[in-house]
Design a protein around this ligand. Structure first.
Ligand SMILES: *[C@@H]1O[C@H](CO)[C@@H](O)[C@H](O)[C@H]1NC(C)=O
Ligand SMILES: *[C@@H]1O[C@H](CO)[C@@H](O)[C@H](O)[C@H]1NC(C)=O
Ligand SMILES: *[C@@H]1O[C@H](CO)[C@@H](O)[C@H](O)[C@H]1NC(C)=O
Ligand SMILES: *[C@@H]1O[C@H](CO)[C@@H](O)[C@H](O)[C@H]1NC(C)=O
Ligand SMILES: *[C@@H]1O[C@H](CO)[C@@H](O)[C@H](O)[C@H]1NC(C)=O
Ligand SMILES: *[C@@H]1O[C@H](CO)[C@@H](O)[C@H](O)[C@H]1NC(C)=O
Length: 349
């Protein structure tokens, strides 16, 4: 009722969740369009239901069709995923149903999200779909390292997204970028534990939108399963990923600091569709000033497609040491590009 009143008010309004409380909130749709700038100030804790009745469903909280939004406050979104994670079957079943996202922004334009904390989401913490011009600043995401599919921020079909000065410690990708992500700027993020920052998976479905203009800079990874990863399915579906820059990144005991995997096909899911070399064209991807330690010897892996080799891959000033016996190595398959400055591991194209 508070949202509807603020949203309907001419000139906008502010919805306040007071600091004095812990509020149980059942799945909630905050619907626009609103009549002005709307602010959501969350100072108290919002708690999702731990009840089994709420383990299915697309979202816990959704903000839909709002232009001109700010979310801030000292409170927390507490997803209480602990009781839901056992129902996640996605590690063995490609057609699993997803658990609810803590907060999804659907068709939201011009939004500033600051200082908010998300805990223990049932699936993704935050997701953006069909959004433009959204800032996440000083956001905190926390979930256990073994919690399934708890991506920090998932972006799809969205343009002009900035994520900065944020801490993401979770069980899946810190940030994942799906089809239709354009002009995304990620700066000064602490990632770990988690699976790193991932572009993809791409090429899973027919007619996916291209992805372009992705920058990740000044970011640190701690013990993550990957650093910066690009992955595409072994499928015949075409799209293009282009104009990507990874700049000034620090890896601390990371499993695959730099990886492109165009043979992604978990639990033989591709056998149900059409097995094929990936037709997602990856081009113009720059890696500059990437340093630190790898927990596996192959610190750099480019497993690109035979039918659509990676093009315009640029490596500049790479210093990734293997935290083990021997020197770090790189793996190259169907990759074309150039390298500048010192290279550890030695560049293999
Ligand atoms: C960042 O958010 C935290 C709350 O999570 C707050 O205490 C802190 O003051 C914020 N920092 C800035 C620079 O706004
Ligand atoms: C990304 O953000 C950084 C820091 O906020 C800024 O310096 C840079 O110009 C931005 N880049 C783009 C492409 O927006
Ligand atoms: C993909 O796009 C083509 C051409 O626009 C269309 O014919 C086809 O039905 C689409 N396939 C799906 C699964 O949407
Ligand atoms: C190497 O790995 C060990 C444990 O596996 C870890 O404690 C140590 O911090 C790592 N060193 C570096 C430089 O990452
Ligand atoms: C790269 O591809 C080969 C097979 O072509 C596979 O054995 C290896 O595990 C892949 N590595 C990664 C990191 O995807
Ligand atoms: C690479 O990093 C190691 C340890 O982090 C350091 O000792 C070495 O000087 C660096 N090499 C270059 C060329 O910067």
């Amino acid at each position: 009722m508070a949202w509807n009143a603020a949203c309907a008010n001419n000139g906008g309004g502010l919805v306040l969740v007071p600091a004095i409380g812990r509020f149980l909130v059942l799945p909630l749709l905050l619907q626009g369009p609103c009549n002005g700038f709307i602010q959501l100030q969350i100072d108290g804790d919002l708690l999702a239901s731990p009840d089994k009745a709420f383990v299915s469903g697309y979202y816990w909280l959704q903000i839909h069709q709002v232009n001109n939004l700010a979310i801030h406050g000292l409170g927390r979104l507490v997803g209480r995923g602990q009781t839901a994670w056992p129902y996640n079957t996605c590690s063995t079943d490609a057609s699993c149903t997803r658990l609810p996202i803590n907060l999804i922004f659907q068709s939201v334009n011009i939004a500033r999200i600051r200082n908010i904390k998300s805990f223990h989401s049932k699936s993704f913490h935050f997701a953006l779909n069909g959004c433009n011009d959204v800032l996440f600043d000083n956001v905190t995401v926390i979930a256990p390292s073994d919690s399934p599919n708890t991506d920090g921020i998932h972006i799809s079909m969205s343009t002009g997204i900035t994520i900065q000065n944020s801490l993401i410690a979770t069980g899946d990708d810190c940030i994942s970028l799906g089809p239709g992500s354009h002009t995304v700027n990620i700066t000064n993020v602490h990632c770990g534990p988690g699976h790193g920052i991932s572009i993809g998976s791409l090429g899973r479905y027919p007619n996916e939108s291209d992805v372009s203009g992705i920058t990740v800079r000044d970011t640190k990874f701690y013990g993550t399963m990957n650093g910066v990863r690009i992955k595409t399915w072994s499928s015949s579906y075409q799209s293009v990923l282009s104009n990507v820059a990874f700049l000034n990144l620090e890896m601390h005991n990371v499993n695959n600091p730099i990886v492109i995997d165009q043979n992604y096909c978990p639990h033989n899911a591709c056998q149900q569709t059409k097995v094929s070399e990936s037709r997602v064209q990856i081009k113009d991807v720059k890696y500059e000033d990437i340093r630190g330690s790898s927990s596996i010897q192959a610190a750099v892996t480019f497993n690109c497609s035979q039918v659509a080799p990676c093009q315009g891959i640029v490596l500049q000033n790479i210093n990734l040491t293997f935290n083990g016996t021997g020197s770090s190595t790189s793996i190259c398959q169907n990759v074309r590009g150039s390298s500048f400055g010192p290279q550890l591991p030695p560049c293999c194209f």
